[in-house]
Design a binder for this molecule. Structure first.
Ligand code: PNS
Length: 192
């Protein structure tokens, strides 16, 4: 969106028009990182991405490469599944891309020139851990803000950990993850 202003602005590049005393301001692009394990991506994650798209111009869904954990899906599988399900959500004008990272999240965020880290908060129980991480990340890198977002109430009890547990014990996960993810989980169970 282009904006005409008559005064100073810190928004982004300003182009002065030599007539009428106007300047043309292009608002700075807002980029956020949505980090996580996404093992697997749930409908709750997708709900947060859709909501984040209303606030940011670009969201990088960043999968943590954690050699200490034994995941259900490999990073490559998670990256591919995320890319597939993102095609089905409403992104508006926002660009959503999938990536992976190692090491400190704030270092990755700075390298990506991000303004913010987005995290979903489902319940008060999430808050303590998320607050601790957000404040630690702020201490490490004050230029990056953490934005907490609430998913729809329907997803307030959905987590990747519970989805995996229920699935592995034969429970129904319909509605908790997109159909593609359920399909991939079934395939993975048959061919690990
Ligand atoms: O989906 P998760 O497992 O809750 O995501 C946790 C994640 C990836 C956001 C967090 O573990 C993380 O940021 N790890 C990267 C290492 C790091 O920066 N640690 C310091 C956090 S204060």
């Amino acid at each position: 969106m282009l904006r005409f202003t008559t005064g100073d602005s810190n928004d982004g590049p300003v182009f002065y028009l030599p007539f009428a005393g106007l300047s043309l301001t292009i608002p700075a692009m807002r980029r956020a990182i949505f980090p996580g394990s996404f093992d697997p991506v749930t409908n709750g994650h997708l709900d947060i991405i859709e909501r984040g798209c209303k606030l940011f111009d670009e969201i990088i869904v960043a999968i943590l490469v954690n050699p200490e954990k034994q995941p259900f899906f490999t990073v490559e599988e998670r990256q591919q599944m995320l890319t597939g399900v993102l095609l089905e959500i409403h992104q508006g004008q926002c660009t959503v891309r999938v990536d992976s990272f190692r090491g400190l999240l704030v270092n990755y965020a700075v390298a990506q020139k991000a303004d913010a880290i987005v995290r979903g908060i489902r319940a008060i129980s999430d808050y303590e851990y998320e607050m601790q991480m957000a404040l630690m990340n702020r201490r490490l890198e004050p230029s990056i803000e953490t934005v907490f977002m609430m998913p729809a109430e329907t997803y307030s009890y959905v987590s990747s950990r519970l989805v995996k547990e229920i699935f592995q014990l034969g429970g129904i996960i319909d509605g908790l993850v997109p159909p593609l993810i359920e399909k991939r989980m079934k395939e993975k169970m048959m061919r690990p």
